[in-house]
Design a binder for this molecule. Structure first.
Ligand code: DHB
Ligand code: MG
Length: 235
């Protein structure tokens, strides 16, 4: 038996969710080790209304890298939860940057504020409590300075409304990222009545029909299972 055959890939092993997690663990430990503030923020997810919905560490790092690659100074986030992704984004924009993050539940906002404080970024983050569509309208009405990057990661049925708001709060060159668009493949299931899947499909159609938006969607596997995100840019 050649060495190559002896070490050839056992395909099923590498298709398992346990293997996806192990590979995430490997790259996260090598490239994206969480500091104490991020570890605490992730752990505090159990005190929110949606435990374990934070992005994975490597996905948080991707958000930060996209913010840095595009020179984003103003970031808008739909869905704060424990503030885990908020920390990545706030660190990426730097001390002169600003993150505005929308959270429906005061309970979650309180958890997030403590995490942002611990991470040393609370001075550059506004946590706005209430329905995100209302908070967004308030910013539109106040003629807030446009945002450079928008991360949409809140209640999925509202994705179309949040994209609409994002388009009112950005201009040419802005980046829009939408989380959880694959949902274990449910996005293409013919017989789903899940309003979260409807929210994904509707927002996907909105993007496809908007000539101002260049976009792609990337599937991911890892500690969060099988999911993915849409990455869009305003022309
Ligand atoms: C769900 C939402 C999220 O933001 C996430 O990362 C995972 C799951 C959900 O609504 O099920
Ligand atoms: Mg999410």
């Amino acid at each position: 038996m050649t060495e190559h055959t002896a070490t050839s890939t056992p395909v099923n092993h590498y298709e398992s969710a346990a293997a996806w997690r192990a590979v995430d663990d490997y790259f996260v430990s090598e490239l994206v080790p969480e500091d104490q503030a991020l570890v605490s923020a992730r752990g505090s997810g159990v005190h929110t209304t949606m435990p374990n919905a934070e992005v994975a560490a490597n996905q948080g790092a991707l958000l930060g890298l996209v913010a840095q690659m595009t020179g984003a100074r103003r970031v808008l986030e739909f869905g704060t939860l424990a503030g885990y992704s908020t920390i990545w984004l706030a660190r990426a924009v730097g001390p002169e940057g600003r993150v505005v993050t929308f959270e429906l539940e005061e309970q979650n906002a309180a958890v997030a504020r403590a995490n942002l404080e611990r991470a040393g970024v609370s001075d550059r983050v506004d946590v706005c409590v209430g329905p995100a569509a209302h908070s967004a309208q308030d910013l539109v009405d106040a003629e807030t300075e446009p945002f450079d990057l928008v991360f949409i990661d809140a209640d999925k049925p509202s994705n179309p409304a949040y994209l609409d708001a994002a388009l009112r709060l950005t201009t040419s060159g802005a980046i829009i990222i939408i989380d959880n668009v694959v949902r274990d493949g449910a996005v293409i299931s013919p017989d789903t009545a899940d309003p979260r899947v409807d929210g994904v499909r509707s927002v996907t159609r909105m993007i496809s029909e908007n000539p101002e938006l260049d976009a792609t969607a990337i599937q991911t596997v890892g500690t969060k299972g099988w999911d993915g995100f849409i990455l869009a840019r305003r022309r």
